[in-house]
Unconditional design. Structure first.
Length: 354
């Protein structure tokens, strides 16, 4: 944050230094262009000023290059951290925070485009800002679909597909947003992972104007963010589809297991000789319980869960639930507890009999 802020201050003073150096150069050149009317000491002083100005410009140029390289390193590191996001919902707030750190911004916005409007999906606000202004700004950004008028900055971003900046009072700004946020101006860049502009990145500083360097830093971040967004969104869609396929296979497997178990019970019941000891449990429907259904009912009496019953009988839990549903229907029970109670009552011999 401090590094980015310092870069912004350097940009502001660089313009002032350049203006002063231009004035020094022009004055020295006027002296040197008319040597016949100047004293030797004046010519020497003008030459020395011009040489010093040249050295200062070189230093200023090196500082600007170093500042840009440092900004690029911060952006590179920030984009690397975004690669850890597992979903779009995780990525967007991470991007807003990482953009603030990389560019030294006080406020950053990751917004989504919908037709000719846009609205914030993630907002990062420096904790050092006025709480009232921050709350009002975030509320407006998150709750308002801001129109993209033909002369709006965001319309220029869509047309030109590059970053830009505006200052307060520029007709391309949204008056309501500038009033609520009290922004001195902001930089913005389009997000277009597949070529179409799907949203924007916006950033500003409170009390300090944004610069061309801020615009360039934002644009570099936006280009990298587009690639990260595309990868994360694609991975999320693939995970969702894979989960659906797995669920479909599990459902089919459980259905086949239930069908196989039912067929097995039919044949086993048909082949078992009828004895008084193996008489079926009484039912309301008149349809006796199958051997597997009696096994499940006996285990239900013990309080075993469906998962425990499935493990005991080496079948799927869905198969157990399917059999249990049939047991409840045959017993005329309204719940598992009711089925157990009915079964226990039917197992008690009448009074007077052993």
């Amino acid at each position: 944050m401090e590094a980015g802020g310092q870069a912004g201050d350097d940009d502001a003073t660089a313009a002032e230094r350049t203006a002063r150096l231009d004035a020094v150069d022009e004055r020295a050149r006027r002296v040197l262009r008319t040597p016949e009317h100047r004293a030797a000491e004046d010519l020497a002083a003008a030459a020395a000023e011009l040489a010093a100005s040249t050295r200062t410009r070189g230093t200023q140029s090196r500082r600007e290059i170093e500042s840009r390289l440092a900004a690029l390193r911060r952006v590179h590191d920030a984009l690397g951290r975004l690669e850890t996001a597992r979903s779009v919902d995780d990525l967007l707030p991470m991007a807003a925070e990482e953009l603030a750190a990389a560019g030294g911004f006080d406020r950053t916005v990751v917004s989504r485009r919908r037709g000719e409007t846009w609205r914030a999906e993630a907002v990062w606000l420096s904790p050092d800002l006025d709480p009232g202004i921050s709350a009002a700004t975030e509320r407006y950004l998150r709750e308002t679909w801001i129109p993209i008028g033909p002369k709006a900055l965001e319309a220029d971003l869509i047309r030109r597909r590059s970053a830009d900046l505006v200052m307060a009072g520029d007709p391309r700004t949204t008056p309501e947003l500038m009033a609520v946020s009290q922004s001195p101006g902001y930089v913005a860049a389009p997000v277009m992972p597949t070529g179409a502009v799907i949203g924007f990145l916006q950033a500003d500083r409170v009390g300090r104007v944004v610069t061309a360097l801020d615009r360039d830093v934002l644009w570099t971040f936006a280009e990298g963010f587009g690639f990260v967004f595309e990868r994360v969104a694609l991975g999320e869609r693939l995970d969702t589809q894979l989960a659906r396929v797995r669920a479909a296979f599990r459902s089919a497997e459980d259905g086949l297991a239930a069908l196989s178990a039912a067929e097995h019970d039919v044949f086993r019941h048909a082949l078992r000789p009828a004895t008084p000891a193996s008489s079926p449990a009484p039912t309301v429907t008149g349809t006796p319980l199958t051997g597997r259904e009696r096994e499940i009912l006996d285990l239900m009496v013990t309080g075993a869960t469906y998962a425990a019953i499935a493990e005991r009988l080496v079948v799927g839990e869905t198969t157990v639930k399917s059999h249990a549903h049939v047991v409840l229907r045959k017993l005329g029970a309204t719940s598992r507890a009711d089925a157990v109670a009915r079964h226990l009552r039917s197992s008690v011999p009448p009074a007077g009999r052993p």
